[in-house]
Design a protein around this ligand. Structure first.
Ligand SMILES: Cc1ncc(COP(=O)(O)O)c(C=O)c1O
Length: 387
């Protein structure tokens, strides 16, 4: 189906085409000098620190947790209202994901109080996710983390360019993980980055990225190395020069496109603010954010999120050519997680209630303000018929 209003779209043009072509002409395609340039540029964008480019956001999360020495029996506290990759990165270590509830309907991020409540002697890390690019309450989370001596890892897949109290999301905890998957604010097809200021952690991530070797194939290719040693079991999570070339161009567009998204969110908020039956999460978040997603909460006559009405709205918008999505079905209720840990409904009441009524509307830099206004009016018209 071709959508009149797709959920997301990407800003790719001649600059990206040229950059990819110039990589092809160098005849070196795996991690190399262009990737180093991308890492450096992203580090400057974040205000300094070590950056390691990898093959996906999932790989970034995997390596970030590995660098902390996570192992079987350890626990990691994280939200359930996230993409499954956040939690899978914990499972890769045979560690236990301990899900904490979100703050509420107006702030869908992990609750610092819940984190504190879920802390045990086995807790090895706190893994937060900045939903839609709206920052978690990092001050409170870091306070709890420090008092227990536990590192915080940020899943900043939604949040490149988001700022929390003057600091970029992804640079506030011990490690930050970014994704450049095809629908993200900065797109390379597949790709990710790990950020850290800690040189030891950075060295571990860099080594694990390429089979536990300190040297890259690039070093061998350019003749700097004839042999190598393997110190730990690593992976092939290297990225390619093609992706990094795209990343360099996309990074230059990021702030402008985040601003565009902000403008569109402003239109949505204005149009929908008084619509009965619709609550706009993060309405009071007015800083510099990536605005990766625009979620609304569809409510029934009893004022509670309604699964039935949300699904009806989704179908009616689809019939008008508007693509929507659900971010997210709670991870703890997926069959795999129920089977492995005995998780069940009722464990995370706020997350579960919100996920019943949550709906994501289209938001991307190729949309105009008139598009957002049209979609919002359609939402109002459909929802208005129910009240
Ligand atoms: C919150 C979140 N975490 C992690 C990921 C995983 O990133 P990737 O798809 O690049 O592996 C995604 C991306 O889809 C995501 O949305």
């Amino acid at each position: 189906m071709t959508w009149k209003y797709p959920l997301s779209d990407i800003d790719l043009g001649r600059e990206e085409e040229q950059a990819v072509l110039s990589v092809l002409r160098t005849r070196w395609l795996s991690t190399g000098p262009v990737t180093e340039r991308f890492e450096k540029a992203f580090s400057e964008f974040l205000g300094g620190g070590e950056l390691i480019a990898v093959s996906s956001g999932t790989a970034a999360l995997h390596l970030a947790l590995s660098s902390l020495g996570l192992k079987e029996g350890d626990e990691v506290i994280l939200p359930s209202l996230t993409f499954v990759a956040t939690a899978n990165a914990v499972l890769y270590h045979r560690a236990k994901p301990v899900f904490a509830d979100i703050r509420g309907q107006e702030d869908l991020n992990i609750s610092p109080d819940e984190i504190e409540r879920k802390m045990t002697r086995k807790t090895k890390a706190i893994l937060v996710m900045h939903y839609g690019g709206y920052p978690c309450n990092m001050a409170a989370i870091l306070r709890h983390a420090r008092s227990h001596g536990i590192p915080v890892v940020e899943d900043a897949a939604h949040a490149p360019g988001s700022v929390y109290r003057g600091r970029k999301c992804g640079t506030i905890g011990a490690l930050g993980c970014f994704s450049f998957f095809s629908n993200k604010n900065l797109v390379t097809g597949e790709g990710g980055l790990v950020f850290t200021r800690d040189k030891t952690l950075a060295e571990r991530v860099r080594t694990l990225r390429s089979h536990g070797m300190r040297a890259l194939s690039w070093d061998k290719y350019r003749g700097h190395l004839s042999s190598y040693d393997v110190e730990t079991l690593g992976y092939n999570y290297r990225t390619t020069e093609i992706q990094s070339a795209l990343g360099c161009i996309q990074l230059k567009k990021l702030e402008r496109n985040n601003q565009k998204r902000k403008g569109l969110v402003g239109v949505y908020r204005e149009e929908l603010r008084e619509s009965p039956g619709v609550l706009i999460p993060f309405f009071r978040f007015n800083g510099d954010y990536s605005h990766h997603l625009f979620p609304i909460l569809v409510k029934g006559g009893n004022g509670r999120p309604s699964n039935d009405l949300r699904d009806q709205l989704m179908v009616q918008l689809r019939d008008r050519g508007v693509q929507t999505s659900i971010h997210y079905p709670p991870v703890h209720l997926f069959s795999l997680y129920r089977k492995l840990f005995g998780y069940r409904s009722g464990m995370l009441p706020v997350t579960e209630e919100v996920s019943q009524g949550i709906l994501t509307l289209p938001l991307h830099p190729r949309m105009g303000k008139a598009d957002a206004a049209w979609i919002a009016r359609e939402v109002k018209e459909i929802v208005g018929r129910w009240s």
